[in-house]
Design a protein around this ligand. Structure first.
Ligand SMILES: Cc1ncc(COP(=O)(O)O)c(C=O)c1O
Length: 377
């Protein structure tokens, strides 16, 4: 079972950031994709009440599953039976359960490169074979139906991410439909990671479920709902498949935290507060997109969603990890090296996360502008 798992280098950058902070440096954390805001006020109020009144045993909230089912109706116009929803400790175990329940060891599973580092690593840990498809600026770093149709032999599965990490780009509706069509024809099982839904600046993201009713869909309270540390997410499976991941979950993880489930139910109705965060990210995105070309970072795909900018720094380095560390030491601005997301091209990319306050984005830009200028930006 032992697999070779690649390290997450952004964690190394983050450790360095904390070391520098302990020595008195002022650090702006743009290396991780997590909201700097806490859980919505209504969720916190519920959590305080539950702490004082409940024993909190093993539990999967029927109310929360029903509320998530309603979310699919409200957001995408889809009818989903609550029994198809499995509550998990975040999207990470939902991904694991989706892969374990849908594939056999040795199955090939396609995914975009660049992509979220855990896709490749989780596939490898399960004895599945990642088939990374290089996706460049021409497709805004997203996987296309044509690329999937051209894979020979057809893979057993594909992981779709829209909006994507590290690019924030969204796969357009027609392309999602075309991907679903190719997968239907070629019997490719779809796992769709929809963790950044709710965070879009151009057009709302569509769920893969609209086009592929048998897709396995994962989602989480970590991003839009601003509850990363509460460790809660879900896996949505077709009705005839749902018992399989549920059986695994009850053996591997039992249930997710009760406290988080109570709080999340309230968070799902905290739309004004949560949309307020999106308004902050929208402003941060504008500031970054205005500033980066002036720094010489012109090769960027403007993100449609999430809170990332994937920037090509080929004119400056092919060692993105050393670059991020130097940038951090000199300016206190922590970023993620591209090698985490793309083992082939990632040496000349970095990822900025703008899930911080607007004041921090302004300060980060003020600090990095002369730094890039000194390097010919
Ligand atoms: C694309 C993507 N999927 C899944 C996750 C895992 O999220 P969590 O386990 O916190 O729900 C992340 C975290 O950054 C992510 O970026």
């Amino acid at each position: 079972m032992r697999a070779e798992i690649d390290p997450f280098h952004a964690i190394g950058v983050s450790h360095l950031a904390h070391e520098l902070k302990a020595k008195g440096a002022s650090i702006i954390h743009m290396e991780f994709g997590q909201p700097s805001t806490g859980a919505p006020a209504a969720a916190l109020a519920v959590a305080h009440g539950v702490l004082d009144s409940e024993a909190m045993g093993y539990w999967e909230s029927p109310q929360l599953r029903a509320r998530i089912a309603r979310y699919y109706h409200e957001r995408y116009g889809l009818e989903v039976a609550p029994g198809r929803i499995l509550l998990t400790c975040g999207a990470s175990p939902a991904l694991l359960l989706a892969l374990i329940s849908a594939f056999e060891p040795g199955d090939r599973v396609a995914l975009a490169r660049p992509g979220y580092v855990a896709y490749r690593n989780t596939l490898k840990a399960l004895g599945l074979v990642p088939v990374e498809i290089g996706c460049g600026a021409e497709s805004r770093f997203n996987l296309t139906a044509a690329q999937l149709a051209a894979l020979d032999p057809a893979p057993a599965g594909v992981i779709i991410a829209s909006p994507a990490n590290p690019t924030g780009t969204i796969i357009p509706k027609a392309e999602l439909a075309a991907i679903a069509g190719v997968c239907r024809e070629r019997a490719v099982r779809i796992v769709s990671d929809e963790i950044y839904h709710g965070l879009s600046y151009v057009e709302p993201a569509h769920s893969m479920l609209e086009f592929a009713p048998d897709a396995l869909v994962i989602n989480s309270f970590s991003k839009y709902f601003s509850m990363a540390g509460w460790r809660l997410g879900w896996l949505l499976s077709p009705a005839d498949h749902a018992p399989i991941p549920r059986t695994y979950a009850s053996n591997l993880f039992l249930t997710p935290p009760s406290l988080a489930q109570h709080a999340a139910l309230a968070a799902m109705d905290a739309t004004d507060e949560l949309d307020g965060h999106v308004a902050v990210y929208r402003r941060n995105r504008e500031l970054m997109l205005e500033a980066l070309p002036r720094l010489g970072l012109r090769s960027i795909a403007p993100p449609d969603g999430a809170f990332y900018i994937w920037a090509d720094i080929a004119h400056l380095t092919d060692d993105s990890l050393a670059f991020c560390k130097q940038l951090l030491r000199d300016t206190g601005v922590a970023t993620a090296p591209g090698i985490d997301f793309d083992p082939v091209e990632g040496g000349h990319f970095i990822r900025f996360s703008f899930a911080v306050s607007t004041a921090e984005v302004e300060e980060a830009l003020r600090r990095i502008t002369p730094w890039f200028a000194a390097r010919g930006g």
